[in-house]
Design a protein around this ligand. Structure first.
Ligand code: FPP
Length: 238
């Protein structure tokens, strides 16, 4: 789906490079995560002007628990602070926030704040900001299949009717359109278990900029370049 002037309507971002950004300055990794969190606001705010209706950002993956306890605790505390601090501004800017990912491993205080932010912005219809927190695509698909299998077991779903349209209804992203453009910062060219099913036809941009240096101007340039691409979805041009 394309926005005004053929730009992407749904942009998904793997915000990578916070640690290296901090290390380059001789500072601890969390310093980079805090700098990264400050970039989120600018990027969210520039979406309406670019015609980006849906923005999905990868904040914490199911694999990120393998980091040191200090880094994990610091990130969790950063998420709590970010939500408390940004709640009013996001609500006022007509941003609707949703979280995707498995909440089971998250602490109760953070879950309450996530619920509050979703509730506070539920009536907004401007930018749809989705934050992937304790998210992994394979985990999401496994959880979806568990629910789908339960529906089959309970007689609510006939296996003969399972097709390509069925699984997406069980995914965390069920209310969102598929991403048109997936961006990864920091020079790594991999997708790290992010929106695997949903990005089957997305365009990808792997850019060298470290996330704390990413700007609205850079996003605008990537959206313009997307508009020049020829998306065929497996078909040939008429
Ligand atoms: C990857 O950089 C980044 C993360 C694991 C965390 C992403 C989180 C933020 C940008 C914080 C703000 C988010 C919200 C929603 C407030 P890295 O640590 O892997 O960097 P490296 O590859 O240079 O080590």
């Amino acid at each position: 789906m394309a926005g005004p002037d053929c730009g992407p309507r749904h942009v998904a971002i793997i915000m990578d490079g916070n640690g290296r950004w901090a290390q380059a300055r001789g500072r601890p990794r969390l310093f980079g995560h805090h700098a990264g969190a400050r970039r989120v606001r600018e990027v969210v705010e520039c979406c309406p002007a670019l015609g980006v209706k849906y923005l999905t950002i990868f904040a914490f993956s199911t694999e990120n628990w393998k980091r040191t306890q200090v880094e994990v605790a610091g990130l969790m505390s950063l998420f709590r602070r970010y939500i408390s601090k940004e709640m009013k501004a996001l609500a006022a800017k007509n941003v609707r926030v949703r979280f995707i990912g498995d909440r089971v491993r998250l602490d109760a205080k953070l879950i309450n704040l996530m619920d509050a932010l979703e509730h506070e912005t539920a009536e907004n219809d401007g930018t749809h900001l989705t934050i992937a927190l304790n998210y992994g695509s394979r985990d999401e698909v496994a959880r979806a299949i568990r629910r789908l299998a339960q529906d089959v077991a309970d007689g609510r779903l006939d296996p003969a009717n399972v097709d390509e349209e069925t699984l997406p209804r069980y995914l965390d992203t069920h209310v969102l359109p598929d991403p048109d453009l997936v961006i990864r910062t920091s020079g790594e060219a991999r997708i790290s278990n992010f929106l695997l099913w949903q990005s089957a036809y997305a365009e990808y941009e792997f850019i060298d900029t470290l996330w704390p240096d990413f700007t609205a101007e850079e996003l605008a340039a990537l959206c313009r370049s997307y508009g020049r691409r020829d998306r065929r979805f497996g078909a040939v041009k008429p």
